[in-house]
Design a protein around this ligand. Sequence first.
Ligand SMILES: [Zn+2]
Length: 463
Amino acid sequence: MQPATPFPSSGERPLDNAPPRTLLIKGALVLTMDPALGDIDQGDVLIEGNRIAQVGSALAAPEGAESIDGRGMILIPGLIDSHTHMWQVPLKGLGVGLWGTPDYQKHVFPLREKFAAVDMQDACFAAGTEMLDNGITTVLDFCHNTMTPAHAEQSIAAHRRTGQRVLFSYGMLGGFSTLAADHPWRLAQVRELAAELGRDSDSLVRLGLALGSLEYSGLDLVKTEIELGRALGLPMTFHQNPPAQIRQLGEAGLLGGDLLPVHANLAADDELEMLAACGAGISFTVEGEFGGGRAMNIIGRAHRAGVTPSLGIDIPSRVALDLFAQMRLTFQVMRAEEALAERITGRWPLARHPGTPHAEPRHMLEYVTVNAARAVGRGDELGRIVPGFLADLVLLSTGPYNMSLGDPAAHVAFQSTPADVDTVIVDGVVRKRGGRLTTLDRRDASQATQRVRERVLGMRSAA
Ligand SMILES: [Zn+2]
């Protein structure tokens, strides 16, 4: 264990943070994702400071307000990723053709032990910059690379620089040979970080807990982690890979709406009922799961059981930082599973039998806004465009080749790509405008990735 370095003052804002101001977005097709407000054609959204002040039509601009022309664009809540390991971004492309979890755990995961704390800072900065560029305003960073206290500190320092909203989920899974021995200092650092980050209620970076995996850490360690997380009021998440773990946690009285399982491909029906009963969701990382050969009918089953799905990119070494792609793929995977189930029961050709299909295109946008906000513990102030909510917004260009016919949410889910992300606003601050980052530089992110590759992989710089 390395000694802890001094943690930056919790009151520090990123140096490049612009001061709060009044913004008026005018004339956009606003998808509020709110049942009462619905979609507003040629809608306006007024932002005061870091909150949405008004949503409607033909709003008057207050004196001194900056106006953003939203005509020809779709305004959506900022996209929220509920499960990504941001430290892996410099490893992009590594092991894309690996087969299943064992290959990944043999060839990619062990590289974490080669990451020094400084690599964590560069990797998280590169990840946050690219995600913001791609319209992802909030992310749950499942940091299962807190090999020393400095690893966590440097990751948080990077998140504070980007201006992205981050639930930094502190990883309790350290080196496999020293799991129990290292547990006390991790728990101690979680307490310290909770106190530091908790002092600034406006901080974009909040603390969460990424529990140790039950199959490695065992129930006793995980129970200790959950009890600490509950005492500190931290949102918690965990990888749910082998079967029956949700039942195991439920029988131990540990499940709750503050506990977000990830994957859960093998969850049984009674486990889904347990999650639904406590208001929990599941984070699905469809491209990684599907590519890894996992069972995928869980998403539809969870949806039907009332367990709110949200989506994550998960493994940036293998999957692009693109939530639009996850929406598209999730929908098609669900349709494929439903069609397979119909064929198995002999109901072919497909007809709209009661209960099928159960997911529509708009659900995909809900998964990465409304549901994902709940998944990161912010369902009461993120994920919808309503007065009082935090001003995290994305303007999507629909040109030059025209809007889709039909539901505009389907245009977002099926026809949009990161190239369409025109404007990104986080906490009332414009981070991208007219397709260009305003407070970050793509070259800085690229160079940060390059530095990690030099140090971790021994690659020589192209510069
Ligand atoms: Zn993961």
